[in-house]
Design a protein around this ligand. Structure first.
Ligand SMILES: Nc1ncnc2c1ncn2[C@@H]1O[C@H](COP(=O)(O)OP(=O)(O)OP(=O)(O)O)[C@@H](O)[C@H]1O
Ligand SMILES: C[C@@](O)(CCO)CC(=O)[O-]
Ligand SMILES: [Mg+2]
Length: 343
């Protein structure tokens, strides 16, 4: 039995970080994906282990099912159809499993991703032998939501064959989830994100699951479908960063300067709200595309309204400096699933 899933990355247009503290943020999916393929072993495979292959980093991990069964306390042996947070006790069990892997120092950032995988796998699928292969078009740790798309794609693949969701198993090609199932995928993905990010707002997994452009505040989202096809030029400076540490840093600044930060977050909230109303206003009835672009430019303080030729030149120049550019279509669909051989 095999299933594949793919979930998009994201860009946050306004409200990054402030959204963790209750401000509105506006985010869009981008058409760069994390893919998960899940293959359950059959008795004839004579396989009794859980394997995780991370293609980008050429790392492969394998746990005998008996080892995983022994690591988790009795309570997690029952499969959970409702998303559960990883308890301190289970986090310790997972940390021990990950430590045994001896992940090379340079790739230690992956430990949190592997931990999220172990939590989602054992919670949703229990102790079944399987091979999970992850590939991603997203650079890891660059602000494009690789962790969220990893968690959303994992949750989607892990839930696909369970009774918790109802999917047409005979469907050929990519298939979207229904509203209720999508909510479940998103909630499980959020539990994975918590393991990777510490204190995520949930915006990254939500935009990865639902796709399109969303306005998000304290877990509530407003969907917006872009009326014009938009593209973003995204540049990867290749300067490493860790979202969990950044989020914690903002939290500490909030504690040091609560009054000032309250103003900052309130200003960000207003910017995101204004951006939301611009994006939602029908074109060309209320605002022309140009007017919209000008307002977005002003709000985002950056203008990417460049012609194709200029973009090519900018890309060539940036790449000659050693940067990596992605031209990403934004606002596309969210997580999808495919049974058997997929396109
Ligand atoms: N394809 C993947 N394979 C394995 N682990 C992954 C993968 N994608 C993401 N991760 C996990 O997520 C971590 C990166 O998450 P982090 O939140 O720091 O950055 P990001 O999600 O790319 O950026 P941001 O959250 O700011 O948008 C990696 O170090 C790894 O643990
Ligand atoms: C930095 C942040 O706002 C987005 C990470 O891409 C964190 C979050 O919302 O969880
Ligand atoms: Mg992340």
């Amino acid at each position: 039995m095999e299933v594949k899933s793919r979930a998009p990355g994201k860009i946050i247009l306004t409200g990054e970080h402030a959204v963790v503290h209750g401000s509105t943020a506006v985010a869009s999916s981008i058409d760069l994906y994390t893919y998960v393929s899940l293959h359950f072993s059959t008795p004839s495979d004579n396989e009794d282990s859980l394997k995780l292959k991370l293609q980008e980093t050429a790392l492969e991990f394998s746990w005998p099912i008996t080892r995983i069964r022994a690591a988790f306390p009795e309570s997690t042996a029952q499969l959970s159809s409702t998303p559960n947070s990883c308890s301190v006790e289970n986090a310790k069990a997972i940390a021990a499993l990950v430590e045994e892997l001896n992940i090379p120092e340079a790739k230690l950032g992956l430990a949190s991703g592997v931990s999220a995988f172990l939590w989602l796998y054992s919670s949703i699928q229990g102790f079944k032998p399987a091979t999970v292969v992850v590939t991603s078009e997203l650079p890891l740790g660059s602000g494009l939501g690789s962790s969220a798309s990893f968690c959303v794609a994992l949750a989607a693949a892990l839930l696909a064959y369970t009774d918790s969701v109802s999917l047409d198993l005979k469907h050929q090609g990519w298939l979207s989830f229904g509203e209720k199932d999508l909510e479940l995928v998103n909630k499980w993905a959020f539990e994975g994100e918590k393991i990777i990010h510490g204190k995520p707002s949930g915006i990254d997994n939500t935009v990865s699951a639902y796709g399109n452009i969303i306005s998000f505040k304290s877990g509530n989202l407003t969907h917006m479908k872009s009326s014009v096809p938009l593209k973003m030029l995204i540049t990867n400076t290749k300067v490493g960063r860790n979202t969990k540490a950044l989020v914690a840093g903002v939290g500490e600044r909030m504690l040091r300067h609560p009054d000032i930060m309250a103003f900052v977050f309130s200003a960000v909230d207003s910017i995101s709200n204004e951006l939301t109303s611009i994006l939602k206003s029908p074109t060309p009835d209320e605002l022309s595309v140009t007017e919209k672009e000008e307002k977005i430019e002003e709000l985002m303080e950056m203008n990417q309204v460049l012609s194709g030729t200029v973009v090519d030149k900018v890309v060539a120049e940036l790449e000659s400096c050693g940067f990596q550019c992605f031209i990403a279509g934004i606002g596309g669909g969210g997580v999808e699933i495919s049974f058997g051989v997929s396109s």
